[in-house]
Write a protein that binds this ligand. Structure first.
Ligand code: ADP
Ligand code: MG
Length: 479
């Protein structure tokens, strides 16, 4: 029986999704792109040039293989921009600096790099490099955005804000941008500074103990690229924020670029002036998530390789399964395992990892209901108190239902226990919330809510996947 065009396209899309993973497929194709068959050509319409460049840099050969399987060896692929298609958050980004295949394959850190010669301050050794950054679903957009700035620092129309929890790679990406600019644009001037140093230098300049205020201002305002790590350090420091806002304005007015890292998204920076938050929200804001399993495993494998040690697959799997919170812990655990093996002269094994990594493994305790509530509340921009109230505002009631579902999925709490915890609700309220969401999930539906920053709408599956990635799952005694 011959297939209709739609059926053929479905077969092709399924192949692409199987190859690159459902989550990437959803990010780059399902919600924004449109596929069509014209003779033996597969046409892909994308919402903007960035998406087009990203797809051709990363997925062209997979698309071509899928098209050839379906249409024969003559098949070709054409990618065109159709500005009427919807753009997904983060898809206004500039292009990546290198095809990830090459980037990901580069296991060895580079030692031959000349020391950065720009005025980043003598205290900094900029260790992070974009080429040894392991890219996965958890950090793909942040990596692409960093590469975009590194490739062409002067064309970044808006500031870049990279945010995420501790040890997830913010500083690594910021160092990577500086190192890449240093190598690829030796004539551009840039400055890397932490929020803490910026504050200290400002205080010293104001008090006259660290040079004049004019000299301080000139130091920051004359650069082509200003990179500020841990901007959250400025929280509650009104005068430093005011000064920083002027710096920001002056750099941008000169057509130059500012990159920040922060532990919170700008809209949740409650201890910052509204003007500064508005400026950051207007930028490209990208999140780093906790590393997913394959990223964790790849990072561990690279750490072992860079220490010139052979670590068996079952040990890498065991560690990647049980050390889930951040990359810093993964690195610490691998160093400790290798040191323990050296000292005890025992070979590296799962048994050794189990016995010597207990502090890392206990860190991966089963998720607690309160942690899940906090994550969900932050995602919807509401407080836990609001979630526990009877308010029926869309963001509040949706966050309440999502928290109920996730607590039920990830803890051993019963419906009545969840109801009691979430503001003395009846167990049937929890049951109904779970059923309602499951029915949306079964029809691949989306959910919508409104916050101070505007309207939001996401497929429920995607929202739950994102939250579940952040929920530490494995228990210490499971293998
Ligand atoms: P943060 O600034 O977010 O707290 P860092 O950038 O300091 O985190 O990262 C902690 C450690 O993990 C560093 O040694 C960094 O090089 C490493 N790291 C983080 N993410 C990655 C990644 N994706 N690939 C390789 N190393 C990473
Ligand atoms: Mg950092």
């Amino acid at each position: 029986m011959t297939q209709t065009v739609t059926e053929r396209l479905c077969t092709l899309c399924k192949k692409v999704s199987d190859q690159i993973g459902v989550s990437r497929y959803r990010t780059w194709f399902e919600e924004t792109s449109r596929f069509a068959l014209v003779g033996s050509r597969l046409n892909i319409a994308v919402p903007n040039a960035f998406v087009g460049r990203w797809i051709s840099a990363n997925y062209l050969s997979i698309l071509l293989d899928a098209a050839r399987d379906l249409l024969g060896p003559e098949a070709s692929v054409e990618i065109d921009v159709d500005a009427s298609l919807p753009t997904r958050t983060g898809h206004g980004l500039p292009p990546p600096c290198a095809a990830p295949a090459a980037v990901r394959g580069d296991a060895a850190p580079r030692h031959d790099r000349a020391a950065p010669r720009h005025d980043q301050g003598a205290a900094h050794v900029l260790r992070g490099d974009l080429v040894n950054f392991v890219v996965g679903d958890c950090n793909e957009l942040a990596y692409a955005a960093a590469c975009g700035v590194a490739r062409d620092p002067r064309s970044a129309a808006r500031p870049l804000v990279i945010y995420g929890g501790c040890g997830l790679g913010k500083t690594h990406l910021l160092h990577g941008i500086c190192n890449a600019v240093n190598q690829q644009h030796p004539l551009l001037s840039w400055r890397y500074i932490s929020g803490e140093e910026f504050t200290n230098q400002f205080i010293n300049a104001v008090s006259g103990s660290g040079g004049s205020l004019d000299a301080f201002r000139a130091r920051f305002r004359k650069v082509d690229l200003l990179v500020i790590d841990d901007i959250h350090f400025l929280a509650g420091k009104k005068a430093t924020q005011q000064e920083f806002l002027h710096t920001f304005n002056s750099i941008e007015a000169g057509g130059k670029t500012v990159v920040f890292s922060s532990d919170l998204p700008p809209r949740e920076m409650s201890m910052f002036s509204e003007a500064l938050v508005d400026r950051m929200i207007a930028g490209i804001v990208v999140r780093l998530d906790a590393p997913d399993f394959s990223t964790r495993r790849e990072i561990l494998a690279r750490r072992a390789a860079s220490a010139a040690r052979d670590v068996a697959d079952d040990v890498l799997d065991f560690m990647a399964r049980h050390i889930t919170r951040n990359v810093r812990e993964l690195e610490g655990a691998m160093s400790k395992l290798l040191a323990c093996s050296g000292l005890s002269r025992e070979p590296v094994s799962v048994a050794l990892a189990r016995s010597c990594l207990s502090e890392y493994l206990t860190a991966t305790r089963p998720p607690q209901a309160a942690d899940i509530e906090r994550l969900v509340a932050a995602r919807f921009g509401v407080t836990r108190e609001e979630m526990h109230s009877d308010a029926r505002d869309r963001a509040v009631s949706l966050s309440r239902s999502v928290a109920m579902l996730l607590v039920r999925r990830h803890t051993k709490m019963s419906f009545p226990e969840i109801g009691r915890m979430m503001g003395k609700k009846n167990h049937s309220t929890v049951l109904m919330a779970k059923r309602r969401l499951e029915s949306i999930l079964s029809s691949n539906g989306a959910v919508a809510w409104r916050t101070a920053s505007g309207e939001h709408s996401l497929p429920l599956k995607e929202l739950l996947d994102e939250l579940e990635r952040q929920i530490a799952r494995p228990s210490t005694n499971a293998d």
